[in-house]
Design a protein around this ligand. Structure first.
Ligand code: LRH
Length: 482
């Protein structure tokens, strides 16, 4: 039998899913369970409800074995940067804090004594985001000494899940590379973390994608009637898994589109210099130590916050997309990454205010807001496409869009229009596919990635000229940064 079944758990910062991926002559997907995942307010912190997450995952795993008893292994991937602490007894000391929590606003100043922003970038090649793990830990070291006294182990979210599934504590490489304390050139954790006062014993041994954490624990096997299969460390960072699912040539740019839009190239080695620092580009580590050179752009999370703010009951997304198409005459533009949008609070007012300050018409209807979102997003894509070409000195031939956001054909077309490049629409569940492929490649040799997308109308060629929109965007940014 040439079919191999893998269970993938892909946990995003908006929703999670458990999917059986079958690798054979082709790749088949069977979605088993999908659930929402939202941070919750717990006392003064915005946290992830770990118990709920774990229960949803166990429900999915149980159901998956009912549907497909021949699952060979399990892989877990999640968003980056967040983590939790375990006590000696293996108890989670509190829910992992969500990266959007505001406690890290002053994080940067907390580590200034230790290292400058620039020197930290030189070591890690990670773009400065206030929620990077190193700033979260700087906060813990300053304000959470009581918690740290009880702590025995520090684990990132996918590693926490793997620990509760197998009892084995390891920290996976690709996700570790998002923390801003991993040096991708020297391939180790930077001393600065320990100089800050973080206990080196908290961090277990690194596990590399393709290695196995261990087997499902007996008590879980018994309780949920599972088969005792191994839990494999895949690329546990979701972006790493998504990018691993695609065949990216040197001349390609990928956009992994979901809660965030990650736009970048795959490189053989880190690209860290004054220019990449100024442009604030990131060097995350992927399968076999490939480098994902990319930029985080606030993506569909903003769109979802806009829709949420309109408090509509039943939304027919097809009708909505048609409305947006009709509203594209409305071309006010914002910078999606402006700090005021980061928490999603009062999003409509903040967008209006942004438009007023930049002398643009303010949106009124939902479809006008979403037209503004579409233009703002593709302008950013264009900007980063140009920046990527400059920084890497490689001309781009085409753009591969993967992930949930890739299903938005209007944005795919607008991306082609504004960049004047062909846009290839990839798979909605690219992350889960990449997750399964590492499980497969870790066991069987000779697998070559084929073109996974079977859709017919999946190439978007440039049509409408959007250069005037892009010019306007550049003017607005200049005005705003004055
Ligand atoms: C995308 C992602 C991104 C991180 C963010 C927190 O899901 O993993 O790479 O920066 O979430």
């Amino acid at each position: 039998n040439d079919n191999h079944h893998y269970l993938t758990v892909d946990l995003g910062a908006s929703s999670g899913r458990v999917i059986i991926i079958t690798v054979g002559n082709s790749i088949k997907q069977r979605e088993v369970h999908r659930f929402t995942n939202q941070p919750i307010q717990q006392e003064v912190l915005l946290v992830w409800d770990f118990k709920k997450i774990f229960n949803e995952i166990m429900y999915g795993i149980q159901k998956a074995f009912e549907i497909e008893p021949d699952i060979e292994s399990i892989g877990i991937d999640t968003w980056g940067v967040d983590y939790g602490y375990l006590s000696k007894e293996g108890l989670l000391l509190r829910n992992p804090v969500c990266y959007r929590d505001e406690r890290t606003r002053e994080g940067e100043s907390l580590i200034n004594r230790e290292i400058s922003k620039e020197a930290l970038y030189e070591l890690t090649g990670i773009q400065h985001l206030r929620f990077n793990t190193i700033y979260q830990i700087a906060y813990d070291l300053t304000y959470e000494q009581a918690l740290l006294k009880q702590a025995d182990t520090w684990l990132m979210i996918p590693d926490l899940i793997a620990y509760y599934l197998t009892g084995i504590k390891r920290v996976e490489l690709t996700n570790l590379s998002t923390t801003s304390f991993y040096n991708p050139n020297q391939k180790n954790i930077i001393d600065t973390l320990y100089q800050m006062g973080f206990n080196p014993d908290f961090i277990p041994k690194i596990i590399y994608p393709g290695e196995t954490y261990g087997y499902l624990k007996d008590d879980l096997v018994l309780k949920y009637q599972l088969k005792k299969v191994p839990v494999v460390a895949v690329c546990t960072h979701d972006t790493a898994s998504a990018v691993h699912s695609t065949q990216v040539n040197k001349e390609d740019v990928y956009i992994s589109s979901g809660t965030w839009s990650l736009i970048g190239k795959v490189l053989d080695k880190p690209l860290i210099n004054q220019d990449t620092y100024n442009a604030s580009y990131t060097n995350e580590v992927g399968y076999l130590h490939q480098i994902r050179f990319l930029k985080n752009i606030a993506g569909f999370w903003i769109k979802n916050k806009i829709i949420e703010a309109f408090k509509l009951d039943n939304i027919d997304y097809r009708v909505l997309d048609e409305d947006i198409k009709q509203s594209l005459y409305f071309d006010s533009i914002i910078d999606l990454d402006a700090p005021e949008f980061e928490l999603g609070i009062d999003i409509l007012d903040k967008i209006k205010y942004y438009c007023i300050r930049t002398n643009q018409e303010t949106p009124k209807t939902l479809s006008q807001y979403l037209a503004l979102f579409n233009y703002s997003l593709v302008c950013k894509y264009k900007h980063h496409l140009d920046t990527l070409e400059k920084l890497t000195n490689i001309k781009t031939k085409q753009i591969n869009i993967i992930g949930g956001g890739s299903q938005n054909d209007l944005i795919n077309q607008m991306t082609a229009d504004i960049t004047r490049l062909n846009v290839i629409k990839g798979d909605k569940e690219a992350t889960s596919i990449g997750n399964a492929l590492v499980q497969h490649e870790s066991k069987y040799t000779g697998f070559t990635k084929q073109d996974l997308s079977k859709e017919k109308n999946r190439i978007f060629k440039p049509k409408t000229d959007l250069s005037s929109i892009y010019q306007k965007y550049q003017t607005i940014l200049k005005e705003r940064n004055k």
